[in-house]
Design a protein around this ligand. Sequence first.
Ligand SMILES: C[S@@+](CC[C@H](N)C(=O)[O-])C[C@H]1O[C@@H](n2cnc3c(N)ncnc32)[C@H](O)[C@@H]1O
Length: 504
Amino acid sequence: MRILRKPLGFSRRLLQVGWCHPNESLSALTRKTLVPRRRKTPSIFGLDQRQRFSIMPEVEASMRDTGLFSPPSDVRGMTKLDRTAFKKTVSIPVLRVRKEVINRLMKALKRVALQRPGIKRVIEDPENEDRRLVMLDPYKVLTVDSFEKAELSVLEELDVNPQLSEYNLELTYENFKSEEILKAVLPEGQDVTSGFSRVGHIAHLNLRDHQLPFKHLIGQVMIDKNPGLTSAVNKTSNIDNTYRNFQMEVLSGEENMLTKVRENNYTYEFDFSKVYWNPRLSTEHSRITDLLNPGDVLFDVFAGVGPFAIPAARKNCTVFANDLNPESHKWLLHNCKLNKVDQKVKVFNMDGKDFLQGPVREELKLRLGLSTEAKPSIHIVMNLPARAIEFLSVFKSLLNGKPCSSELLPIVHCYCFSKDANPAQDACQQAGAVLGIPLEASSSVHLVRNVAPNKEMLCITFQIPATTLYKNQALSVENSEEPSLKRQRTDNDSFSESQITSDS
Ligand SMILES: C[S@@+](CC[C@H](N)C(=O)[O-])C[C@H]1O[C@@H](n2cnc3c(N)ncnc32)[C@H](O)[C@@H]1O
């Protein structure tokens, strides 16, 4: 391959590449390396049009990596987005074909057709209205030899001359991908990961320090390149506040944080700046609600805006949902109405401990004492991974009297974090330490997600033993508790802060 001899900025738009004698067969062409010959372009368009064509010299392999589709180098360091600075002209190979064969041809040339945002792969041939130009990917097609056998046979079948021409394609900001734009703008060699969580119309970014000087530009690029996004925010602190909502800065777009999301076919509306919402928990929400059967009872201690409670209610479960954050409580009520389950969900705005010791205890007393044929399962979901384990101590001696039958004992799904080498074992130990019982043999642990390097979010599921739940049943267990576990454990009324970690 030889280097493109045409100097950059050469004004001709479409250049012929190699040529094929009308009598020369396609297969003969593929066997030899084409030595392009300059041909005079027919002068039917006048100078402007003629300037679009020339012979396309073969491109040296090294040219392929020089970033043909990178934005111009002078955008490096830009902090205020100037879309006009992204204009650039590149030479790409094109096939000139009869318009009737386009549909069949494009199916066969999927592999090699140019794929750029906002660029049509087929355009009119300025030389001949009955012809079309098929844009090809210059990283895949340099000469006729670049076509695969199957592609060549379709060309032959459709009587398409495989001779390549060169077209000067003008690229603008619209034709670059967000990664390409950020790679060209941010300091060379620095990580430009442009990942974000999507929450309705909001892109939620978590920028690193070196990206901060470019934060407004990054936010705008995310909005421009992702249809439906109209606002970009950056997390400005870890979620370590009580209500687990983010401290955030609007980087670009609208300030309005009232948004609407769909998750597992349910709709939720809320103010993202005031409540907790994590789109990465949708699988976990459905994993838990899939465990429920119609008629079951769900107590959701840290309910947020309703992603466990609402699907459970739709399954005809009886739901008691609580959140301490008045904003979450407001949107939880709103979302119950929105999803038409407001008659099936009782909503509370209390501290989780008070909720467990109040409405949950009352309901358990009532339900566990009933001797009915139907035996609905009772589930208690506790999704506040940084602190939920502490709240388990409330279950100790929560009820008085004669224990219910074992199948009625409530099933707890309690979330936690672990940085341990064996996170599942650690989750058992954390929960067991608070309850004063070994849980290894009587629980299951589900790995929910990796929240940070070496930090897992887990869900431990177990049935509360009668000896724990009922007063005067637990003495023997208390006495056999290991001293080390005792130190970590707190009593029902005072919650230890020692295990509080921050969410990522
Ligand atoms: C991690 S979020 C989970 C929300 C929801 N379950 C979900 O999956 O999206 C934890 C929720 O617990 C609430 N919360 C925090 N401390 C609480 C407490 N002491 N009592 C009750 N709710 C609390 C927060 O307001 C937040 O909505």
